[in-house]
Design a protein around this ligand. Structure first.
Ligand code: NAD
Ligand code: IPM
Ligand code: MN
Length: 356
């Protein structure tokens, strides 16, 4: 199989973890006889530095001409004073919009050998297998107006949470489709006791559920959801929620696995190409030290093989390699525990390649 992958390393540890995923993809290519080619493009702060904008047209073009996109992370304190519309994060939001990536799939799975890395007790996290489906191109991230203004001589500010029914429908339908292949339960998380947008969200969820009689739909208010996620995470199968709730809850969910550095994601659209990225950010506190955990990005590459290319066996091989490296006791700093072997980003990548 021949596939072209657009690679957008971005900033901070984004560059380091993406390198790990590329090496693992190359190793898979060699072993299974696939030709993966990599087209590099700029995004985020590094794009701003070299071109003056966080998402150059050239990057969008390279992505659209590719079969899939692999992204690291964007952002950093260096850009805190950059005008809002040129901030690195805008590059990420714009590429999601440009590729119409309306659903962001963020799986949280239990890694038996990482049980000690989570602050939660083993009996709470053991066997967790959930999939968060986060709406990604709407809601308060994109609604207009969003600005500072003066009202009656006072400083004021507005952000807008805007959704059209279609946008809610397509992401909820996607969640139901995914639940069909899993434990057949959808938890729709909202704030319907306060927000009008959530009341429409809930209404749409009920309507769509009628097309899926085999799937159980449950509604949960987001504040309770945040609590249930750490109290009894095993109750969840597919969780579907709006953009900002999903952003917050998925970072929280990563604690179930032991680290933010373990959670991959796939962002999908109607037309493709899809985009794959770890859920974490550029981690300025550890950037440039070769200590970041590359596994979230390596597992994102596995999602790419499976979801975009239909290479289930190859994807499973990566997941198996990751598990065996963890079983063998190799740990980056974020998942380190007593008696294990601490390794760097590049060493972890090497171990995964060896295990393949
Ligand atoms: P972050 O996700 O970058 O880091 C949060 C904490 O987790 C830090 O202590 C970091 O060291 C740790 N961490 C994250 N990934 C890790 C990994 N792979 N291995 C080991 N430790 C890891 O979030 P933040 O610090 O709030 O944000 C930093 C910057 O990243 C900001 O500019 C933010 O806007 C940006 N950000 C970007 C993305 C993205 O590109 N998708 C996501 C989140 C944050
Ligand atoms: C993520 C990040 C982004 C988001 C930021 C950097 C815009 O936190 O991918 O989860 O909020 O979507
Ligand atoms: Mn986030």
């Amino acid at each position: 199989m021949e596939k072209r992958i657009a690679v957008l390393p971005g900033d901070g540890i984004g560059k380091e973890v993406v390198q790990g995923a590329i090496e693992v993809l190359k190793a898979v290519g060699e072993r299974y006889n696939h030709q993966f080619s990599f087209a590099f493009a700029e995004i985020g702060g590094s794009a701003y530095d070299s071109t003056g904008v966080p998402l150059p047209e050239e990057t969008i073009k390279i992505c659209k001409e590719s079969d899939a996109v692999l992204l690291g992370a964007v952002g950093g304190p260096k850009y805190d004073t950059v005008p809002v519309h040129l901030r690195p994060e805008q590059g990420l939001l714009q590429i999601r919009k440009a590729l119409n990536l309306f659903a962001n799939l963020r799986p949280t799975t239990y890694f038996a050998s990482l049980a000690d890395s989570s602050p939660l007790r083993k009996e709470i996290i053991e066997g967790v297998d959930m999939l968060m489906v986060r709406e990604l191109t709407g809601g308060i991230y994109f609604g207009q107006p969003r600005e500072r203004r003066e009202v009656n001589g006072k400083e004021a500010v507005v952000d807008t949470l805007y959704y059209e029914r279609d946008e809610i429908e397509r992401v909820i339908r996607q969640a139901f489709e995914l639940a069909k292949t899993r434990k057949k339960k959808v938890t729709s998380v909202d704030k319907a006791n306060v927000l009008e947008s959530s009341r429409l969200w809930r209404e749409v969820a009920v309507e769509i559920s009628k097309d899926y009689p085999e799937i159980t739909l449950e509604h949960m208010l987001v504040d309770n959801g945040a609590m249930q996620l750490v109290r009894n995470p095993k109750q969840f199968d597919v969780v579907v929620t709006e953009n900002m709730f999903g952003d917050i809850l998925s970072d929280e969910a990563s604690v179930l696995t032991g680290s933010l550095g373990m959670l991959p994601s796939a962002s999908i659209s109607e037309e493709g190409p899809y985009l794959y990225e770890p859920i974490h950010g550029s981690a300025p506190d550890i950037a440039g030290k070769n200590i970041a955990n590359p596994l979230a990005t390596i597992l994102s590459a596995a999602m790419m093989l499976k979801v975009s290319f239909g290479l289930d066996e190859e994807a499973a091989a990566i997941e198996k390699a990751v598990n065996s490296v963890l079983d063998a006791g190799f740990r980056t700093g974020d998942i380190m525990s007593e008696g294990k072997t601490q390794v760097s980003t590049t060493e972890m990548t090497e171990e995964v390649k060896k295990a393949l």
